[in-house]
Design a protein around this ligand. Structure first.
Ligand code: PBG
Length: 342
């Protein structure tokens, strides 16, 4: 719009600051924009399943599927072509292969390690492959660690008995070709044992992306469908209480001290204040995980025509970047990367 003529007689009190000046055209807005998610900063979480011969849709995550190894490779290629920085693989074993300790997770020929190996062999360093280092998809009780009975007779998730399993799982993932391993089980000390196990076997270049501030939130429902979770009950005895923010600092600092290369906050949208707090104190890169429930919520509203899907997707990612995350895990990674590239 052209400048209009001023009317000094009618309105002697004119604004001193005119912030609208910097919004006056797309070019001007682009000049001054502070943050924008870049495709290279996006990580695509993916599911690879045992015992299926075609990709299987996940009803609560429209557009996301459980992959066969073949369809996984095709989807990774699309992600790489769109400029996505990394994929993060989750394994879905057959129900009958689950057991109390999640032993398939450690098997070099288990579905997750086969998926990691296939991606690394095909794509090398063209796109990074990250492996989820947690037992919950593989245990018949669905918890992230092994169970024990405490001295009062209660069933608990045994922190210290779980640690060596995580260490072995991370080593198996590194052997399969993972560039990054990603402990998501919220066991105390998990980063330290994993770092130590990797280094002792010469995997000093495999990075640890630690789920540091992970909350026992209400937004994981669709993920549990995606992995065919066996969980009864909840994870409140090991994931964080959404009412708290201080303990995130303890968790993040511990993971940094234990050697985490990247720290993560999860979920993203209900915890953007935590993303900001962590971004302000962390000397290592900060990731945020836009979880399944966040994806499902926006997808459902868009399907109903209540919000504009593409605009809402980009705005949700922009908000996470503005809160201070460097890296974003999102099921929209490929689609968002294409949108961002125009
Ligand atoms: C557990 C794990 C979960 C997710 C990632 N890793 C589920 C949970 O903690 O119950 C959730 C991701 C999502 O909801 O998108 N290892």
């Amino acid at each position: 719009m052209a400048d209009t003529e001023a009317h000094p007689d009618h309105d002697p009190i004119l604004p001193v600051r005119r912030p609208r000046r910097l919004r006056s055209s797309a070019t001007m807005r682009n000049l001054v924009a502070e943050v924008e998610p870049a495709p290279r900063q996006l990580i695509l979480p993916m599911f690879v399943a045992e015992g299926i011969d075609a990709p299987r849709p996940i009803s609560s995550l429209p557009g996301v599927v459980q992959h066969t190894v073949d369809s996984l490779l095709r989807a990774v290629e699309e992600a790489a072509d769109a400029g996505v920085g990394a994929v993060d693989l989750f394994g879905v074993p057959r129900p009958e292969d689950k057991d109390a300790t999640g032993s398939v997770a450690l098997d070099p020929d288990g579905i997750l390690n086969r998926g990691v190996r296939a991606v690394r062999e095909r794509f090398g360093d063209d796109i990074l492959v990250c492996a989820d280092t947690c037992l919950d998809e593989f245990t018949d009780h669905g918890h992230c660690g092994v169970l024990a009975t405490d001295r009062h007779g209660a069933t608990v998730v045994d922190n210290d008995a779980t640690l060596p399993l995580y260490a072995d799982m991370a080593v198996a993932q590194a052997e399969a070709g993972a560039h990054l391993v990603s402990p998501s089980g919220m066991m105390d000390g998990q980063v330290r044992v994993i770092r130590d196990a990797l280094d002792r076997r010469g995997f000093t270049d495999v990075a640890v992306m630690a789920y540091s501030a992970k909350y026992a939130g209400a937004f994981y429902g669709p993920f549990r469908e995606a992995v065919g979770s066996s969980l009864q009950g909840d994870r409140r005895a090991y994931q964080q209480d959404p009412r708290n923010s201080r303990e995130s600092l303890v968790e993040v600092q511990a993971d940094i001290d234990e050697g985490a290369d990247i720290v993560m906050v999860k979920p993203a949208m209900p915890f953007l204040d935590i993303v900001r707090t962590v971004a302000d104190m962390s000397p290592v890169p900060v990731a945020a995980y836009q979880v399944s429930g966040e994806y499902a919520m926006i997808s459902a509203a868009a399907e109903k025509g209540w919000i504009d899907r593409e605009a809402a997707v980009l705005e949700s990612l922009t908000g996470i970047r503005r809160a201070g995350a460097d890296i974003i895990l999102t099921y929209w990674a490929t689609e968002a990367a294409r949108l961002l590239r125009g």
